[in-house]
Write a protein that binds this ligand. Structure first.
Ligand code: HEM
Length: 479
């Protein structure tokens, strides 16, 4: 097999319209990782590719640009771990250098190089990443769980009386950024605003640029404040770190953490809630105390990983991988979901995975997700609170009616409508207040441009306390 760049012309006048169901494959029969076939059932597409090509398959991404999708578990780890051969530096992308990737290409947000840890290799990557990981590791698990508990109760308070909710929109999509903004040292009411801005920015809507500007301005203000008045928060730790990041580097790494933390954790919460609500084995096991919520999370990280692929790696030279001739400058995409289902390591996907964490959901090698413990803690504490508050939670629609949004890198659940017995509200006072009220230490805020359709932070004056029974064993922080 040759480099996918060789046989594949870009879309020209003779090329079929991308997305045309009659042309699921591009020129030379290469399958597209976008369009109807990929959107309908990406896992089925990965299995077709595996059957046709083995552990590494030539594919097309948007604009029919060629790429390699890594499908094997071992091969994914090999690529992720060997940055000397498979670089994170997108400036190596030959198609980019040759002008085949227009500025408005859908993958540009993930591939436009910036001086950030996500695009760096070797010592520069170590320098930048250490600043991020050291800053994140300053927080005690107990304190983080307190934030998660507090915000989870607040979110449930917002819909508990209604007896129905969409747990994607009203819970999963809200929780991670509320926690992260607290860790950053932002005032509490920034959480909901940033959730709106980040979702709008990544949604590619007409207001995405305005939302991006809002995010930049907010983070810039935070850096200025923390430079003047440091506190016990990620922003201050990044500023103080011996790696001596410039203010721009601090701001942009805060943005990297914010964006990296949000979508996968949202997807993990939504995917786990779906599993718990639809899979009778889990429901029965959980109630019986044999299967913990962390076990359910781990099952999702195997079977429904929050990021289905990771974009990407670029070959530093000509090399053979799983029998395919990769050329210098080729784009490789880590197939995290495909690798998790590789028959070479999971001949029987229904077999128990209890205690096995060798999935690829957090990737591997030097760029392996540094926020995985935090992501797990947000998801399992948040879901624990939710299920404790609403013990008779059930799906409001037949399982077959659930739908997913399609993208190259993830497959988020579109909505998770549920019903439950309307419950009493629980005051935020009922959960221990975070050790430090982040907003209290900040000087008065300069006004920042509001992203479009920003909701004001909801006021919460709910009395009462939860009386629900706890269907799960207490959760512990894991390293
Ligand atoms: C629980 C859900 C999460 C999942 C499934 C997840 C998954 C991933 C994956 C697949 C990568 C790419 C690694 C690579 O390039 O090979 C990554 C990178 C990263 N993640 Fe996560 N992540 C999650 C939560 C978080 C959280 C909560 C944070 C921060 C608090 C975070 C921060 C980061 C950062 C900073 C990187 C870039 C690391 C680097 O390039 O060195 N992630 N994550």
């Amino acid at each position: 097999m040759n480099s996918p760049n060789e046989p594949t012309p870009g879309p020209g006048p003779a090329a079929p319209p991308p997305g045309c169901p009659a042309h699921a494959a591009g020129a030379d029969g290469l399958r597209r990782l976008y369009g109807p076939e990929a959107d309908a059932d990406p896992m089925a597409l990965y299995e077709k590719l595996r059957a046709e090509h083995g552990a590494v398959a030539p594919v097309l991404v948007h604009g029919d640009l060629p790429a390699w999708l890594v499908l094997g578990h071992r091969e994914n780890l090999e690529v992720a771990r060997t940055s000397t051969l498979f670089s994170r530096d997108s400036r190596r992308w030959r198609d980019m250098a040759e002008g085949n990737v227009p500025p408005d290409h859908p993958l540009t947000p993930m591939t436009a190089w910036q001086p950030l840890c996500v695009f760096a290799d070797g010592p520069e990557h170590e320098r930048l990443r250490r600043a991020v990981t050291d800053s994140l590791s300053r927080f005690e698990a107990r304190g983080i769980r307190r934030y998660v508990t507090r915000f989870s109760h607040q979110l449930v308070d917002d819909f508990a009386a209604a007896g129905r909710a969409d747990l994607v929109d009203q819970f999963a999509a809200q929780l991670p950024l509320r926690v992260v903004t607290q860790l950053f040292g932002m005032p509490e009411d920034y959480g909901p605003r940033l959730v709106d801005a980040a979702r709008d920015m990544l949604g590619g809507t007409e207001t995405a640029v305005a939302s991006n500007d809002y995010l930049t301005e907010t983070l810039q203000q935070l850096v200025e404040r923390k430079r003047a008045t440091p506190g016990h928060d990620v922003a201050s730790k990044l500023i103080e770190h011996p790696a001596r990041l410039s203010d721009d580097e601090v701001r942009e790494h805060l943005r990297v953490v914010l964006v990296s933390a949000n979508e996968p954790t949202v997807n993990l919460i939504a995917g786990t809630l779906r599993l718990v609500l639809t899979d009778r084995r889990f429901r029965a096991n959980l109630a019986g105390g044999h299967m913990t919520l962390p076990d359910a999370l781990e099952q999702v990280l195997w079977d429904d990983p929050p990021m289905t692929t990771n974009l990407g790696r670029w070959a530093t030279g000509d090399i053979e991988l799983a029998g395919k001739r990769i050329k210098e400058g080729d784009l490789l995409i880590l197939g995290l979901a495909a690798g998790n289902a590789d028959p070479a390591i999971r001949p029987d996907t229904s077999a128990s995975l209890h205690g096995n964490r060798s999935h690829l959901a957090f990737s591997g090698g030097p760029h392996e997700c540094p926020g995985q413990d935090l992501g797990r803690a947000i998801a399992d504490t948040g879901i624990d609170v939710l299920l404790s508050r609403l013990p008779d939670l059930r799906l409001a629609v037949p399982e077959e009616e659930l739908t997913w949004n399609a993208s190259l890198m993830s497959r988020p659940l579109a909505a998770l409508p549920v019903r439950f017995t309307p419950g009493r509200l629980r005051s935020a006072k009922g959960s221990p207040a975070p050790e430090q009220a982040a907003g209290a230490e900040l000087p008065p805020q300069r006004s920042v441009p509001s992203p479009p359709a920003l909701a004001d932070a909801p006021s919460r004056t709910a009395p009462g306390a939860s009386t629900s029974r706890r269907p799960f064993r207490r959760l512990r922080w894991r390293r």
